[in-house]
Design a binder for this molecule. Sequence first.
Ligand code: PMP
Length: 368
Amino acid sequence: MSSILTPASFLVSALFRREVLDLHAYHVPDSSGCIKLDAMENPYPLPQTLRVEIADAVASAAINRYPDPRAARLREKIRAVTGLRDGMDVMLGNGSDELIQLLAMAVNKPGAALLSVEPSFVMYKMIATFTGMRYVGVPLAADYSLDLPSTLAAIEREQPALVFLAYPNNPTGNLFAADAVMRVIEAAPGLVVVDEAYHAFARDSFLPHLARYPNLLVMRTFSKLGMAGLRLGFLAGSTVWLEQLEKLRLPYNVGVLPQLVAEKLLDHHEVLLQQAEQIKRDRTGLHQQLSEISAVRVYPSEANFLLFSVDDATAVFNGLKQRGVLIKNLNGGHPMLKDCLRVTVGTPDQNNKFIDALKEIITQSARG
Ligand code: PMP
């Protein structure tokens, strides 16, 4: 961008809040022509019969009309697949990102804090910043587990209105100890959101604990389950919370087509779950392959991605990109992620291409 002060840029800096001007937009790299293993997407297409069923439904969709503002049918199907109890409901967001923003807006009284752990999902901090909330990031322990004493101390000190814990965590991939998460929920004076974006790949969930903790909400997304393109996330919890949050949800935030397609997919939920099972099996294989490379340190994962570190993450990232494999370079994002990279579990063929390219880069740099 030009550094010459045009009238527009003058106005922008005069009008916009400092927090906004200082922010860096969420960066999405160009992935054209690449094997895309950077964004935790499900690599599998839908079965042909299901694609035809969706195409038929889309062909007769009333896109001249606004969508059902309450998405009643879709919410009912989500309630059914998640087995929510009475008194609990779900609220839909245009991706779970939108729900994080909505929660921040709801509790954002002057001085209110949003607390999370670090490293974790970057949007917690970003949304806290642009909604003008005080952000508190509590470092994880060196092995990326929850540092319970310092998290409890920060809760006591900062009295956060909102706590986000990603379960499993992104970008580290691990599942925090459930009893530590419970201690956080019990100690928090405000709302605790357990973000289960990767629940389909994990062995535990907080959904069954909703009735036990009045200050708990569970957030999930369909993005990692094969519907990233639909932009659909949901918040599950007591209707007491959701009725209030509903007032902040923009009308028609989930369009006709996402509602319709997600309904069809939930009718065939088993297809998505089978794909998730396949991804979990391939995660084990990929973890094994990475752990056999001596220059690589790979971490345990309950998500559809693996965190690993190398001597020079940026060189490996660039080398992979040159070979047509896009993963995520986390180096520089947080001190605890020095020389770390994150790879999404792809199809077996994609995973093999990634491993071959990685081995080639590491062998070359050892020789050079
Ligand atoms: N939570 C976590 C932990 C995530 O990693 C992501 C996406 N990377 C999201 C929420 C947002 O997902 P979406 O907006 O696609 O629903």
